[in-house]
Write a protein that binds this ligand. Structure first.
Ligand SMILES: NC(=O)c1ccc[n+]([C@@H]2O[C@H](COP(=O)([O-])OP(=O)(O)OC[C@H]3O[C@@H](n4cnc5c(N)ncnc54)[C@H](OP(=O)(O)O)[C@@H]3O)[C@@H](O)[C@H]2O)c1
Length: 294
């Protein structure tokens, strides 16, 4: 049995990944900040890790002394580690913590390192995307076999459109015909697990539905069982919001830049998986899926 270290194990994707890897027969060493939280249900309907983890590594990945030695005895590493809703610098987590993990993986001569990046990170201007692109660039030059998975947005991030539809007013990005392919965490976890091995590569991946934002909003109104108004945000207003956020501080400015980038770029990739967005919205609307943590 191979042992795989999973960083970012308590996140939406990380939880699906741990469960999928355990199902495939890996012994999973999960890196978590809190085992107690890991054993509860996760954000956006993601699973508990209680039955899927063979070994726990509890600590702060931003502390290099904790990271040193984490890879001892493992054959592979997978990282879904990154700042999304957490209050932290993407340089410290997406770049530095992953870098220290890679250094440890190289020292311990692990066979492969899979990294969950973001589609089009290399051309991003936000700190989040620059930090992710910087780590991906380092990983590409590592002697360790590496798999870099570049997903579109996750189902966990498009639930906002259902919330807006329920309120009867949905705001569309400046170009509502930009296409995206949101992917469910379970599907992305299977995609990642399929790629883990001794061959290096990089893949852009999205879910089975390629949709414009206009179509996503239509699906959201249908799931909410109501008609409503849509408002297309003028580009100047979006730019103004980013400018205002950047005046409030580095973190709000960076988050606003990141969201603006996400709303204005096409993100499709290879079409993968079986979870359909319409079904996800329907399950959220009827309350059989969890919208967020707790
Ligand atoms: N969400 C999307 O639409 C999307 C799209 C494309 C790519 N991605 C990338 O996919 C990866 C996983 O995304 P996700 O939506 O599953 O994110 P998530 O739910 O926020 O999970 C992120 C993971 O990173 C850990 N983490 C974040 N900040 C940390 C910090 N300061 N110290 C220690 N651990 C920290 C979290 O630990 P805690 O649970 O302890 O906070 C969690 O395990 C991220 O790298 C993200 O950039 C996301």
């Amino acid at each position: 049995m191979e042992t795989i270290l999973v960083a970012g194990a308590t996140g939406y994707l990380g939880r699906h990944l741990v469960v999928e890897l355990a199902r495939r027969g890996f012994a999973v060493r999960a890196v978590v900040r809190s085992r107690e939280r890991a054993e509860r249900l996760g954000p956006f309907g993601s699973p508990s890790l209680a039955a899927a983890v063979a070994e726990w590594a509890e600590g702060e990945v931003t502390d290099p002394t904790f990271v040193a030695g984490l890879c001892r005895g493992v054959t592979r590493v997978a990282s879904a580690l990154g700042v999304t809703r957490q209050k932290a610098s993407p340089w410290d987590v997406d770049f530095l913590a992953n870098l220290h993990l890679l250094q440890d993986a190289e020292r311990e001569a692990v066979r492969s390192f899979l990294y969950v990046n973001v589609m089009h990170a290399a051309s991003g201007k936000s700190l989040i995307l620059r930090a992710k692109a910087a780590f991906a660039a380092v990983l590409e030059r590592s002697p360790v076999a590496h798999q870099i998975v570049n997903p579109s947005g996750y189902f966990s991030d498009v639930g906002e459109f259902l919330d807006m539809a329920r309120r009867g007013l949905a705001v569309l990005p400046p170009d509502p015909d930009v296409r995206v392919a949101p992917i469910h965490g379970e599907d992305l976890a299977r995609f990642c697990a399929d790629r883990i091995g001794d061959t290096s590569g990089s893949w852009d991946v999205g879910g089975p539905d390629v949709l414009t934002y206009r179509q996503i909003v239509d699906l959201a109104f249908a799931a909410a069982g109501r008609t409503g108004r849509t408002l297309t945000m003028p580009a100047a207003l979006l730019n103004g919001a980013v400018w205002t956020a950047s005046r409030l501080g580095e973190r709000p400015g960076d988050l606003a830049t990141f969201f603006a980038e996400g709303l204005t770029r096409e993100a499709v990739g290879e079409s993968y998986g079986g979870h359909r967005l319409a079904d996800y919205f329907a399950s959220l609307a009827e309350g059989s899926a969890v919208r967020s943590e707790g």
